[in-house]
Design a binder for this molecule. Structure first.
Ligand code: TRP
Ligand code: ZN
Length: 474
């Protein structure tokens, strides 16, 4: 229950390789998006762990993605229409887009210049954009998409499978299949129109508006209305068994399951309505109008992802993984990160939801789970770095983020008592619903809701080196 959802190889330190030179990182962080030179949009939002993630100078309000995928040749055809608004005058701005060939690019229907350099697609509109101007970028593209390798060695993005593709973009992979402002700070609504061979299903986020089969191909239309970070978008393709139903609360559920995983997955997916009801009682109303699960068979992935409204699993999940990905709908998806450094706000919370679920369903109490972890020797990987300061993008899915992140919440609960603790969780989900949050904001909110001074607690558990309460081994 306490293991992070990743493959064991990632636990090993040798996988730790920074993809962006430190000097570049320092430079971009120092410059920041606000001081972007003149009228040129910055190539990143200023995230120290992923300096080129996202871009400065505009926000995307909507993505319209039209995709066609041919699993046998792995060929993707795409058209992306971004509706955006300039936050400064722009003679040029960047998108994040890696790999695929661009066949056309317009801004407000006028051909625009562009230059590519790694993941940066620099667009020069025919005429500069005024500050506050709404504009539309259309990018036509095609090619054979593949995943990116993250600093921790894991794959994300468009990951081909034997019958389609497993599509999961945390933290970087969205840019492998559509041009994006690829940072959780920029959240947008999405429309997806995805065409695949008629024996395949294409599953994205939100509500299925319709599907239509013609000449051996089926087109699926999906709509994600509530704001979504690019990394939470999916367009997973495969041979799937589909089940659709509406819950007592009026939630539209769409499950897509690889038949090879169905016998293991079905009894777990059946729990989804009750898990979401249980979480709604704890965290406040479920933040989206759609729900569901995508259970694929993707043996080279090694993790599940909380794709918005509809998590994607690389295999049949166990119940505790379903609880984890469901909790992310509140913590991570509705309340999104401002900076990847704050990743414990996602993973610590989702992991603590697993502990709470066990506690309230006849399993170990959260205290027992905490005690078991606390008994881990001081030289264990669990204490290798503090969850509030993982140090680099290579560590964001490390054990301390999940386990010590959850331990931090448990220590908070013990300090303020159950009433205040659950009030804090609900207040956090409410105050930042469909938005973003920072660790500092969470600390202030916890102090406000509880009336306690929690500075020392957070300092110790989020930022202290080594095992709290015992001398550090170094
Ligand atoms: N956020 C996912 C979860 O905990 C895990 C995850 C997503 C992940 N992308 C990853 C883990 C890349 C390791 C590497 O549910
Ligand atoms: Zn998680």
């Amino acid at each position: 229950m306490t293991h992070p959802r990743r493959r064991p190889a990632l636990l090993r330190r040798e996988a730790v390789v920074a993809t962006v030179p430190v000097a570049v990182a320092a430079l971009l962080t120092a410059a920041g998006p606000a001081t972007a030179a003149g009228s040129v949009g910055a190539p990143g939002v200023g995230d120290p762990y992923f300096p080129l993630a996202g871009n400065g100078g505009y926000h995307v309000s909507h993505y319209g993605l039209t995709l066609g995928y041919e699993p046998s040749s792995r060929h993707l055809t795409g058209k992306a229409v971004l509706t955006a608004r300039a936050t400064q005058r722009l003679t040029r701005f960047d998108l994040d887009f890696k790999g695929l060939k661009i066949t056309g690019l317009t801004v407000d229907h006028v051909k625009a210049g562009y230059k590519r350099d790694g993941q940066e697609l620099a667009v020069t509109p025919a005429r500069p954009l005024r500050k506050g101007q709404t504009f539309r970028v259309t990018v036509a593209y095609n090619g054979t998409p593949g995943p990116v390798t993250d600093p921790d060695g894991s794959l994300d993005g468009w990951i081909p499978t034997d019958d389609g593709a497993f599509v999961a973009g945390e933290p970087q992979g969205a840019m492998t299949w559509f041009p994006a402002n690829n940072h959780p700070l920029d959240k947008s609504s999405y429309d997806f129109t995805i065409t695949v061979p008629e024996d395949r299903t294409a599953v994205a986020n939100g509500v299925l508006l319709g599907q239509r089969t013609k000449n051996g191909r089926t087109t699926f239309r999906w709509r994600q209305t509530e704001p979504m970070a690019a990394y939470l978008a999916t367009a997973t393709v495969g041979k799937f068994q589909v089940r659709q139903y509406t819950t007592r609360d009026g939630l539209k559920v769409y499950d897509a399951v690889d038949p090879r995983e169905a016998s293991a997955a079905t009894p777990v997916l059946e729990r989804l309505p009750s898990v979401l009801e249980w979480e709604s009682r704890l965290f406040g109303p479920y933040p989206f109008r759609a729900a569901g699960s995508i259970v694929d068979r993707a043996p080279n992935v090694g993790y599940a992802l909380e794709t918005q409204t509809r998590p994607v699993y690389d295999r049949a999940p166990d119940l505790s993984t379903l609880v984890h990905e469901s909790a992310h709908q509140w913590f991570g998806d509705s309340v999104s990160l401002t900076s990847w450094k704050d990743i414990w706000l996602n993973e610590g919370f989702a992991t603590y939801a697993e502990w709470l679920y066990a506690e309230q369903h006849g399993g170990d109490s959260a205290q027992q789970t905490f005690d078991g972890l606390y008994a881990t020797p001081a030289d264990d990987g669990l204490w290798e770095f503090p969850p509030g300061d993982p140090g680099s993008g290579a560590n964001i899915f490390g054990t301390p983020v999940y386990a010590r992140g959850a331990m931090t919440l448990h220590v908070l609960r013990t300090a303020v008592g159950d009433r205040a603790f659950f009030r804090i969780l609900r207040a956090w989900a409410t105050a930042h619903r469909h938005g973003n949050g920072t660790t500092a904001q969470f600390e202030r909110l916890a102090e406000r809701e509880s009336g306690h001074d929690l500075g020392a607690l957070f300092q110790t558990w989020l930022y202290g080196q080594g095992k709290p309460g015992e001398p550090s081994p170094s």
